[in-house]
Design a protein around this ligand. Structure first.
Ligand SMILES: Nc1ncnc2c1ncn2[C@@H]1O[C@H](COP(=O)(O)OP(=O)(O)OP(=O)(O)O)[C@@H](O)[C@H]1O
Length: 938
């Protein structure tokens, strides 16, 4: 029902009066008369104002009213407080203060003022029967900066709360609804009893606290339309302040001294507030510096009418205090307040008001919803949709990867000598377009997230004869953009070879160059094709969807190739559509650069061929892919392809070369740029994958982290695929060699190419590799230490990879994955990997006893600075293993010792390809351990 309101208040000054009490008995005894003289109702002067003083102080003080010793309290009330006090019945807040030094008569005055006001209020109520009044009373005491309820026996200090409408309110303050005047008088008596009073040398009953008696009056019309009319509500405060005092005068000590200091401090704040207010409201007013000013904030310069009665003693001993009181009073009279009539709305009026407010707020809400909120929600929805789409794509890729891994495994296990022989016989057979269902026919997905790049292997159904012929002649099979899967073959066609012959016969292509991670499709006789459907397996590159954009760009670029190359090829053999096929091959190669097993190698300058034409290098025959040229260059597959690309138009051009050369150059340039971009973006893609892992971890759930671990494993598995595909390639090449000795030289060339591929992927500059290897080795050793990698893994890796050019891939992948692990460890998995490491050291410690003779052990203790007779020397030795990562000799010794302890005598027998599998931090310590032991027992 309540609602603060007001009717136009006007600023008015605080009404300030001064009351000089008569001399009390003890002052009379001392005959301590002062020279204060009240010259009229408004002015008080100090007679004989110290002419001997060097500083002349003001001697006349003027106020709204000055009461002399002969004025009784009734007069003081009537002339100094009544008007203000009774404002409360009209809905205006009011406050009457008594301010002055101790024993100056504040309590004496305020008691009278309160009684008279109450009398008048009740008299007013009686006179205004048309209105109904509700009176409520509460009483606050502030003692030693603690607020208490004088109407409650509970002395627990009360809290002050800030109410946006009512200002500072005292929490849990008792508010008693008054029955009648007598009820109020009883309550006043209770307050008097409750108040902290003590005896000082100046006052037998000195008030040691500030007292605020609060009377709230609500009134409303009694007979009229009560529901629609307004009510008034206001509060009058009767504030009897504790008196300022000098400890020397009051002879205070102990508790009294503490009380006095609190009193003086709060009065000082009151004085500061008054002084600030007297200078205007532009400055900060420190209401909150004391409980007193905080509670009375409204009465001091706020929505209230205020009267201050400053009391003073006429005794000479109090002259200085009296002067201070007058100075305070002088400031107070400059302070203005702005009192309003506080109107309380009726229920009806309040409902109407609230309805209007509701409509207004709804309008605001609608406006906000139509702008910011809606937009924000749309953005969120859009992002959610993208996330769902990406998650679906990732799942599909993982399915493909798992399927391919499964088939690669099948291939490796099923391809025996006979099979290999047959496959070699069917060498060159083209595969038809892949069946979408084949790619999804089984699902070994383990729902790994955060995949970035995958290699895959899959079955291919057999192509039709026509397709086979055409594609075979062109040397390119097909690609399936719908799955982002590409497959390509690269023919070797020598000088003597007739392209038409190539189209009509199913023999010939004895040696082919395979790009990395592709597998040469064997030519399969028609009679066996059906049975070999499942045996024809090819390694294919599966792009991740994140790279689609690049693939599309590549496609656009290759369209250029397609449009360029037919101009050169079609003149001689239009039916081959070699240009288009070559475009596909190039596209395939571009995609190859986007796969992980290229290991983000910078693409060499493909437009700077070693030999520009056949004259410079006779080995580069016309109308052929120059294997010699490829072999002698440190070519990546991409490089080889592009060199072919450079050479081919020149070789087969029939006169249009000049017309096409400009466009060709442009296309080459664009190819080069795209490839470089691809490489750079490939790096970004992995960053995205890592960021994806980070996000999953950042979600904070254990599940998120758990899903990130398999993802790392997948990442590790990519390494496994590299050598596998290489092995497979090597296997087929060996089979070819065995099948057709006449073409062994070509197979040999192909092998050399493969070797060169590895070399080229290992290092851009072989001459720099040794130093690069040492640098990477040092960093890897540091990272092992940082990531708490298994000592056995370190040992194997360290002993296996000693700086051969082919070690480059492993070094790089190890380095990158350790960096990746380091990031994970930084997010809190160090503890678990450290525990694993400690267990491993414990295992090695036990093996020291078993594997080493007493003499060997003692030699080691001496060498490693451990006292031979010391306790726990074996454990100390185990703890020293692999700890100094800076000293390479120390690392070597650590590796050597660990190798001996785990029984690793011939590390070279362990395939390097097995690496990338063993050093992930594992959830299950035992499994991890068993794996290492199993590994070590090989
Ligand atoms: N106008 C007055 N006429 C006669 N006696 C008075 C007058 N004012 C005060 N006294 C007397 O002076 C003494 C001190 O008065 P009072 O206790 O009201 O002072 P106070 O300012 O409240 O002191 P304190 O701050 O220590 O509480 C009392 O004995 C009181 O009766």
């Amino acid at each position: 029902m309540r609602n603060g309101g007001g009717e136009g208040g006007e600023e008015e000054r605080i009404f300030v009066s001064v009351r000089v009490r008569p001399l009390i008995s003890q002052e009379i005894e001392k005959n301590d008369h002062s020279k204060w003289e009240i010259i009229n109702n408004n002015t008080i002067i100090l007679k004989n104002n110290a002419p001997d003083r060097s500083v002349v102080l003001p001697c006349a003080y003027t106020f709204d009213r000055v009461f002399g010793p002969n004025s009784d309290t009734r007069q003081v009330y009537e002339e100094g407080a009544k008007e203000v006090a009774l404002s409360v019945v009209n809905g205006i807040n009011s406050s009457i203060f008594a301010y002055g030094q101790t024993s100056s008569g504040k309590t004496y005055t305020m008691n009278g003022i309160t009684v008279y006001t109450v009398e008048d209020i009740y008299e007013y109520i009686q006179k205004h029967e048309e209105r109904e009044f509700i009176l409520k009373f509460s009483a606050i005491e502030i003692y030693n900066e603690g607020v208490s309820d004088l109407l409650s026996s509970d002395n627990t200090p009360l809290r002050l709360l800030d109410d946006p409408e009512r200002g500072t309110v005292v929490e849990k303050l008792t508010e008693v609804r008054l029955r009648d005047k007598c009820h109020l008088e009883d309550l006043l008596a209770i307050c008097e009893d409750q108040r902290q009073i003590g005896e000082t040398s100046l006052n037998e009953a000195s008030s040691r606290s500030h007292q605020i008696l609060r009377l709230t009056i609500e009134s409303s019309a009694r007979h009229h339309d009560r529901d629609s009319s307004s009510s008034l509500a206001a509060t009058v405060n009767f504030v009897d302040l504790a008196g300022s005092e000098r400890a020397s005068q009051t002879l205070s000590a102990g508790t009294k001294l503490k009380e006095g200091s609190h009193i003086n401090r709060s009065l000082l704040t009151l004085g500061t507030v008054i002084r600030k207010l007297s200078k205007g409201r532009n400055t900060h007013v420190p209401y909150r510096d004391s409980k007193l000013t905080r509670i009375l904030q409204n009465s001091l310069g706020g929505n209230a009418r205020t009267a201050i009665i400053c009391t003073m003693s006429p005794a000479r001993i109090h002259d200085e205090q009296s002067r201070n009181t007058l100075l305070f009073a002088s400031c107070a009279k400059e302070v203005t307040t702005n009192a309003n009539v506080n109107v309380i709305m009726s229920d009806k009026a309040l409902v109407k008001h609230l309805q209007r407010e509701l409509v207004r707020l709804e309008d605001e809400l609608h406006y906000l919803g139509s702008t910011h909120t809606t937009t924000h929600l749309d953005e969120l929805k859009e992002k959610d949709t993208k996330i769902i789409k990406m998650e679906k794509e990732i799942r599909e890729l993982i399915q493909q990867r798992n399927l391919a891994q499964s088939r690669l495994h099948n291939l490796l296990s099923s391809v025996g000598d006979d099979q290999a022989l047959r496959l070699t016989e069917e060498y060159g057979r083209l595969m038809p377009k892949p069946n979408a269902h084949n790619l999804y026919e089984d699902d070994h997905s383990s729902r790994h997230w955060g995949e970035s790049i995958q290699l895959s292997v899959g079955h291919q159904p057999v192509a039709s004869e026509d397709e086979s012929s055409i594609s075979q002649a062109s040397g390119i099979s097909y690609h399936s953009p719908e799955f982002g899967i590409s497959k390509c073959r690269f023919p070797y066609v020598n000088d003597s070879y007739d392209r038409n012959h190539l189209k009509s016969e199913n023999s010939v292509n004895s040696a082919r160059y395979f790009p990395r991670n592709t597998y040469q499709s064997p030519r399969i006789p028609q009679s066996q094709s059906g049975s070999l459907d499942d045996q024809c397996k090819e390694v294919r590159c599966i792009e991740i969807n994140d790279l689609k954009k690049k693939a599309d760009e590549s496609s656009l670029l290759l369209d250029d190739c397609d449009s360029l190359l037919p101009m050169t090829f079609e003149a001689k053999e239009p039916s081959l559509k070699a240009g288009n096929s070559f475009g596909l091959a190039l596209q395939n190669q571009v995609k190859m650069t986007q796969t992980s097993d290229n290991l983000m190698k910078p693409v060499p300058d493909v437009l700077t061929p070693r030999c520009a034409n056949s004259q410079e290098n006779p080995a580069c025959s016309t109308k052929s892919f120059c294997l010699e040229d490829i072999k002698h260059n440190n070519n990546t597959p991409t490089y080889s392809l592009l060199k072919d690309f450079q050479r081919r138009p020149e070789n087969v051009s029939t006169g249009n070369s000049s017309a096409s050369s400009g466009r060709e150059t442009e296309v080459r340039s664009r190819v080069s740029q795209k490839l470089e971009i691809s490489t750079r973006e490939e790096l970004k893609v992995e960053d995205v994958a890592i960021a994806s892992e980070d996000k999953l971890r950042a979600r904070g759930s254990k599940n998120a982290y758990a899903t990130s671990i398999p993802s790392i494993s997948n990442h590790v598995e990519q390494l496994e695929e590299v050598p596998q595909s290489q092995n497979q390639k090597q296997l087929v090449q060996n089979q070819e060699m065995h099948q057709n000795p006449n073409e062994n030289y070509k197979v040999e060339e192909a092998k050399n190419v493969a070797s060169n591929e590895t070399l080229s992927s290992s290092s851009e500059s072989p001459s720099q590799w040794p130093s690069e290897f040492k640098k990477q080795q040092r960093e890897i050793i540091e990272l092992w230490d940082t990531c708490n990698v298994s000592l056995i893994h370190r040992t194997y890796f360290f002993l296996l990879f000693k700086g051969e050019p082919t070690d480059s891939s492993y070094m790089e992948v190890e380095h990158r994955r350790l960096s990746f692990l380091k990031r994970i460890n930084e997010s809190g998995t160090v503890a678990s990997s450290l525990k694993n490491l400690q267990r491993e050291r414990a295992m090695l410690h036990r093996r020291i006893q078993k594997k080493l003779s007493s003499e060997e052990r003692n030699n080691l203790y001496i060498k490693w600075g451990i006292e031979v007779d010391s306790k726990k020397r074996k454990m100390r030795l185990a703890k020293l293993l692999w700890t100094d990562t800076k000293d390479i000799e120390y690392v070597k010794e650590s590796a050597s010792l660990v190798a001996k302890l785990i029984g690793l005598l011939e590390p070279e027998l362990v395939l390097k390809e097995t690496f990338g599998l063993s050093f992930m931090p594992r959830e299950c310590r035992r499994r991890s351990f068993r794996f290492n032991l199993m590994f070590s027992s090989r």
